[in-house]
Design a protein around this ligand. Structure first.
Ligand SMILES: [Zn+2]
Ligand SMILES: [Zn+2]
Length: 258
């Protein structure tokens, strides 16, 4: 069994499935992608997203606001906590810092990030962190406001080994997306080599970032198998073994997922 630890099912174009999410999910199931975590990016869209996934027990969800949406109003700790009582919520996020796309909202991104980390600590649900071109601030804020007992994940990781190592020390896991299959991702493959197997997750971030050989097409959870194959090759383990270990890691981190 494979688990897609990070996707956005509410953003997928379901036209090839006649608008039917259950058809997409059964296609994924046929590829042994049996479970997935659907990640929230905005509070305004959260209710719709949750209603979409609610009928499917194999789909878990998070609640949170993407750093690039933090300028629409910083979400409060209370607002986040209020949604964590829903049955399928297993994580807080995605939150974090993205200085690559937005420099003028840094203050708001940081406030929002802190609130998510506090909500994680209060709820006991781990944090899903998006980080781009903000290595030092991301680590500093996790150190200041994060709860090492609860931990989290740096998703769609593309940063340095030094950052990965510091995150591992803060009880974070490292999640690898289809970027690892790209020809120019040599540095990332070197990071994967060094991250211990029991701290790795795999994800698609669908509909974004389809792995080779689907690059440029719309991504789907079932393509997480390509990510798994690439990571298995780097780590020198069998595909089945990689699938099993990353699934165990998923349930260890997202312990509310059952
Ligand atoms: Zn992200
Ligand atoms: Zn995402």
């Amino acid at each position: 069994m494979y688990i897609d630890s990070h996707c956005h099912l509410d953003k997928l174009d379901l036209t090839p499935y006649d608008g039917d999410l259950s058809a997409l999910l059964s296609q994924a199931e046929q590829c042994q992608v049996s479970k997935m975590l659907c990640v929230s990016v905005e509070m305004e869209q959260f209710q719709r997203m949750y209603s979409l996934i609610e009928p499917y027990s194999q789909v878990f969800a998070s609640v949170g606001v993407h750093p690039l949406s933090a300028d629409k109003g910083v979400v409060s700790v209370e607002e986040l906590i209020a949604e964590t009582t829903r049955e399928r919520i297993v994580a807080i996020g995605e939150t974090g810092l993205d200085y690559y796309y937005q420099q003028d909202t840094i203050e708001l991104q940081q406030q929002s990030f802190r609130n998510h980390l506090i909500a994680s600590s209060q709820s006991g649900l781990p944090t899903i962190v998006h980080t781009r071109d903000a290595r030092q601030d991301t680590l500093d804020i996790i150190r200041q406001s994060g709860d090492p007992e609860v931990g989290g994940v740096l998703h769609c990781f593309t940063e340095s080994w030094e950052m990965a190592r510091d995150a591992l020390d803060l009880n974070y896991m490292i999640s690898i997306s289809g970027i690892v299959t790209f020809r120019n991702a040599e540095e990332l493959r070197n990071v994967v080599k060094q991250v211990p197997l029991d701290r790795l997750l795999i994800e698609t971030d669908a509909p974004y970032l389809a792995p080779v050989p689907y690059r440029g097409k719309k991504n789907e959870p079932r393509y997480v198998v390509e990510v798994a194959q690439c990571v298995a090759d780097i780590k020198g383990v069998r595909l089945e073994e990689l699938a099993e270990i990353t699934s165990e890691n998923f349930f260890r981190l997202f312990s509310a997922a059952a």
